[in-house]
Design a protein around this ligand. Structure first.
Ligand SMILES: [Zn+2]
Length: 123
């Protein structure tokens, strides 16, 4: 086992470095401290993407004319869900954050545009 501090080559079974005395099992502890997969963040990210797709589809004139477009309430619902899951994911400790942050920005943008559109009767 190679010491992560001084790179001294110790016996495989050694628990402490013979050169500097550091505990050799620290390598594994450091690995477990690495950011873990963020379930809430990923879920929030996926739901946010769905809300963005639903929003895009709700603007599709052909789909609207044929009654196939998702209702705006569904767009808002997905965006709010995306925001909630992303926010929970964002507040998790020691977990990856980029999905949660992306989810927050996507669903936040969708929600913002939808509400502004509704207020000004653009949608
Ligand atoms: Zn050492």
């Amino acid at each position: 086992m190679i010491c992560q501090k001084c790179n001294f080559q110790n016996e495989e079974a050694a628990k402490f470095c013979k050169n500097c005395g550091i505990e050799l099992t620290n390598v594994n502890v450091d690995k477990s401290k690495k950011a873990m997969r963020n379930g809430f963040g990923i879920t929030g990210f996926v739901i946010s993407l769905i809300s963005a797709c639903a929003f895009g589809a709700s603007l599709d004139k052909v789909a609207v004319a044929e009654g196939d477009a998702p209702p705006l309430i569904a767009v808002i619902g997905f965006a709010v869900l995306g925001l909630v899951f992303s926010y929970i994911g964002f507040s998790q400790k020691n977990k990856t954050k980029w999905q949660a942050i992306t989810g927050l920005s996507i669903s936040g943008t969708v929600l913002f545009i939808t509400i502004i559109g509704l207020c000004f009767n653009l949608l």
